[in-house]
Design a protein around this ligand. Structure first.
Ligand code: NAD
Length: 245
C-alpha cells in the first residue's frame, strides 16, 4: 500500500475513520478525508498524527455534486493522484414508519445521501483514478440484500448501491479498475446507536440473528474494506462482501 493515495467519505466517524487508521497503519502515502462533520474529521486527523501518511481534510456533503467534484479535483492537485476510494458516508435517519407513511422529504434525503452520494463520488473519482490498479469500495449494508421492515428508504438506498457498484464494475474491469460493495451487518457505531435510540433496530434482535451472535466493530469492517482496496484483491471485482449472513 506504500506510495498509494486514497480518498474516504464519512471519515469522521465509525467505519470511515477506522478505514483511514488501517490504511495509515499500512503506510499509505496520502489520505484525502471528507465528511459533513468537521469535528469528526479533526478527531480522525489527530488519531493519524503518529503515522507518516499525508492527510488532507475537507468538509463535503456527498449529496452535493459541486462539493464532491471540488473535493476530488483538489485531492488530485494536492496529492498528485488517486489510487483508490472508500465511499463510506451514509445515514439511517428514518423514523421507523411503514411504507405508506414514509415522509417524502425523508425518502428524498436518504436516497440523496446513501445512493446519489455514492454516484456523485464514483463519477468524480473514476475520472481520475489510476488505470490500471485503481480500486473503489462502496459501503452498502446487509439491508441491501434483504429488505428491513420499517426501514424501506434505507434498504432501498443500499440495494441501489449494489446495482451501481455491479454496473460500474462491468464497465471498468477491462480498464484495470476494480469496484466492490461491502455490506456490513450490525456494527457498533454512531449510526447504529442513534437508530437504536429511535427504535429503528435493536441490538439483541439484530445481532442475535447473526452467525456470530454479536455486533461487529468498525475496525473489523475496515480490515475487509482495506483488503478489497488492496492489490491482494487483484482478481476481485463486482462483488458483494457481507460481514455476516
Ligand atoms: N453501523 C452499522 O450497523 C452499519 C450497518 C450496515 C451499513 N452501515 C453503513 O456503513 C457506513 C458507515 O456508517 P458507520 O457505521 O461508520 O456510522 P457513523 O455514523 O459512525 O459514520 C457515518 C459518517 O457519515 C457521515 N455522513 C453522514 N451524512 C453525510 C453526508 N451527507 N456527506 C458526508 N458525510 C456524511 C457522518 O457524519 C459520519 O461521520 C454507512 O454508509 C452505513 O449505512 C453501517
Amino acid at each position: 500500500m506504500q506510495g498509494k493515495v486514497f480518498a474516504i467519505t464519512g471519515a469522521g466517524s465509525g467505519i470511515g475513520q477506522a478505514t483511514a487508521l488501517r490504511l495509515a497503519e499500512l503506510g499509505v502515502q496520502g489520505l484525502a478525508l471528507s465528511d459533513v462533520n468537521q469535528a469528526g474529521l479533526e478527531e480522525t486527523k489527530s488519531l493519524l498524527a503518529k503515522y507518516q501518511t499525508r492527510v488532507t481534510l475537507k468538509k463535503v456533503d456527498v449529496s452535493n455534486v459541486e462539493q464532491v467534484d471540488a473535493w476530488i479535483r483538489e485531492t488530485v492537485q494536492e496529492h498528485g493522484k488517486i489510487d483508490g476510494a472508500a465511499n463510506v458516508a451514509g445515514i439511517a435517519t428514518g423514523n421507523g414508519q411503514i411504507t405508506e407513511s414514509i415522509d417524502q422529504s425523508a425518502w428524498d434525503k436518504m436516497i440523496a445521501v446513501n445512493l446519489t452520494g455514492v454516484m456523485n463520488c464514483m463519477r468524480a473519482q473514476l475520472q481520475h483514478i489510476s488505470r490500471p490498479g485503481g480500486s473503489i469500495v462502496n459501503v452498502s449494508s446487509t439491508s441491501g440484500l434483504r429488505g428491513l421492515a420499517n426501514n424501506a428508504a434505507y434498504a432501498s438506498s443500499k440495494f441501489g448501491v449494489i446495482g451501481l457498484t455491479e454496473s460500474a464494475a462491468a464497465e471498468y474491469g477491462k480498464k484495470g479498475v476494480r469496484i466492490n460493495a461491502l455490506l456490513p451487518g450490525p456494527i457498533d457505531t454512531k449510526i447504529f446507536r442513534e437508530g437504536e435510540a429511535k427504535g429503528l433496530f435493536n441490538e439483541e434482535i439484530i445481532s442475535g440473528g447473526t452467525l456470530m451472535a454479536r455486533m461487529g466493530k468498525a475496525e473489523e469492517v475496515a480490515k475487509v474494506l482495506v483488503f478489497l482496496l488492496s492489490d491482494d484483491a487483484s482478481y476481485v471485482t463486482g462483488g458483494e462482501f457481507s460481514t455476516f449472513s
